[in-house]
Design a protein around this ligand. Structure first.
Ligand code: MG
Length: 390
C-alpha cells in the first residue's frame, strides 16, 4: 500500500490473541495504519503498554474495575467504560473496525460500528452465530463491508474473489481436528482445561481453544459461513485436515474447486482484511510445500465430537436456536474451564439447553438477546445439576 495515506483502524479486543496479532501487523507495516482507538476487557497492564506504543485517540475498557485501574495508571487519559464505552469507540468514524471481542459481548459494539458506517474486519464469530441475519441486513442497508478474519472464512472469501455465491455447489471448511483428533469418546473422559487449551496448530485464547477441542468451533463456523456467504448449511461441509495448510475450499457447479493455502498464522487473514482489496507485504513467513511433503484429509468423527452436529441442528432449526446454541456453549465452556464440569459434559449442557429452548424466536435483537439469556439460564441449571452428581 505504498503511497496511499494510512488507514485509520480501531481494534476491539486489543489485548486478546487476535488483537495482539493485529497490532503486530500494524507494527510491521510502518506508515500503513493509524490506530484510532483500542478497547479491551480487563487486561489493563497490556492495554497500557499498547496505548504507549500506538497512541490511540480513544480507549475503552469493558470491566469497570479495570477501567478505574487504568485511570490510576495513566492519569489524564480519558477512559470510556462498560458496554456503552465499547460501543462508543466502535462508532468513531474510521476506515476499519477490527471486531475481536470474545463471545456474545461483541454483538453491541459490532452493531454500533456497522450503524456508524465503518467497514468491519470480523474475527468475533459469536455475534454472527447469534444474530447473523440481523447483522448482515444492517450491514447491507448501511453499505458496510464485512470482511472475515476467521481463517477459514477469509479463505472462502478469497476463493470467491469478491463474487456472490451464485454458481457455488458447496463450501468446505477445514478443521485441524483440535488437540484430541483421533480419540474415541471414551478416551476424552478426564480431559483437563490445560490439555484442551493446548492446540496443535494455532495459538489462541481459552474460549476458542476449548471450542476447537470439542469441534464446536467448526459448528459455529458453519453458521458464520451461512451468513457471510448466503449459502445454506447443507451446502457447507467440514473436512478434517490436521496440517491446517488448506484453510477453506469452494466447489463450483462445474466441478472446479478453488482452495486457499497458507501458514498457520492469524496475521495473514488479519493483514488481508485490513489491507483489502490490496495486499500487505509479507506479514507472515512463507509456506514451504516441499518441506511439508504431504497433506491429509479425513471425515470428522461426529460420535466423539457431537458438538458439530448440535450446531448443524441449530442451523437447521434457525430462528433463536443458534443464539441458544451459542449462549449455552459459552456457559458450558466457562464451567469446564473453572473445573466445574468434565470435558464431555460441554456437549451435554448444550444439547440440554437446545432441547429446552431451541423453539424460541430470533427475528429481532430483543428476541435474540432473550434467547441468549434463557439459554444461559438453562445451561446454568444443567451445570449445577451435573456438579451435584459428581
Ligand atoms: Mg477458524
Amino acid at each position: 500500500m505504498t503511497g496511499s495515506p494510512p488507514r485509520h483502524i480501531t481494534v476491539l479486543g486489543s489485548t486478546g490473541s487476535i488483537g495482539r496479532n493485529a497490532l503486530d501487523v500494524v507494527r510491521r507495516t510502518p506508515g500503513a495504519y493509524v490506530v484510532d482507538a483500542l478497547a479491551a476487557n480487563a487486561n489493563v497492564d497490556l492495554l497500557a503498554a499498547q496505548i504507549r506504543e500506538f497512541s490511540p485517540r480513544a480507549v475503552a475498557v469493558h470491566d469497570r474495575g479495570a477501567a478505574a485501574k487504568l485511570r490510576e495508571m495513566m492519569p489524564g487519559l480519558d477512559v470510556l467504560e462498560g458496554q456503552k464505552g465499547l460501543a462508543e469507540v466502535a462508532a468513531r468514524p474510521v476506515d476499519t473496525v477490527l471486531c475481536a471481542v470474545v463471545g456474545a459481548a461483541g454483538l453491541p459494539p459490532l452493531l454500533a460500528a456497522i450503524d456508524a458506517g465503518n467497514r468491519i474486519a470480523l474475527a468475533n464469530k459469536e455475534p454472527l452465530v447469534m444474530a447473523g441475519q440481523l447483522v448482515m441486513a444492517r450491514a447491507e442497508k448501511r453499505g458496510v463491508d464485512i470482511l472475515p478474519v476467521d481463517s477459514e472464512h477469509s479463505a472462502i472469501f478469497q476463493c470467491l474473489g469478491g463474487r456472490s455465491a451464485a454458481g457455488v455447489r458447496c463450501i468446505l471448511l477445514t478443521a485441524s481436528g483440535g488437540p484430541f483428533y483421533g480419540r474415541t469418546r471414551e478416551e476424552l473422559r478426564g480431559i483437563t482445561p490445560e490439555q484442551a487449551a493446548r492446540h496443535p496448530r494455532w495459538r489462541m485464547g481459552a474460549k476458542i481453544s476449548v471450542d476447537s477441542a470439542t469441534l464446536m468451533n467448526k459448528g459455529l463456523e458453519i453458521i458464520e459461513a451461512m451468513h457471510l456467504f448466503g449459502v445454506p448449511h447443507d451446502r457447507i461441509g467440514v473436512v478434517i485436515h490436521p496440517e491446517s495448510v488448506v484453510h477453506g475450499l469452494v466447489e463450483f457447479a462445474d466441478g472446479n474447486i478453488l482452495a486457499q493455502m497458507g501458514v498457520t498464522d492469524m496475521r495473514a487473514p488479519i493483514a488481508y482484511a485490513l489491507a483489502y482489496p490490496g495486499r500487505a507485504a509479507e506479514p507472515v513467513e512463507r509456506l514451504d510445500l516441499a518441506r511439508l511433503g504431504s497433506l491429509t484429509f479425513a471425515a470428522p468423527d461426529t460420535e466423539a465430537f457431537p458438538c458439530l452436529e448440535l450446531a448443524r441442528g441449530a442451523a437447521r432449526s434457525g430462528a433463536g436456536a443458534p443464539a441458544v446454541l451459542n449462549g449455552a456453549n459459552e456457559q458450558a465452556v466457562a464451567a469446564f474451564c473453572a473445573g466445574r464440569i468434565p470435558f464431555l459434559a460441554i456437549g451435554d449442557v448444550v444439547a440440554g439447553a437446545l432441547e429446552r429452548e431451541s423453539g424460541l424466536p430470533g427475528g429481532t435483537l430483543a428476541e435474540i438477546l432473550d434467547a441468549d439469556r434463557r439459554a444461559r439460564a438453562a445451561a446454568d441449571e444443567i451445570i449445577t445439576r451435573l456438579e451435584g452428581c459428581r
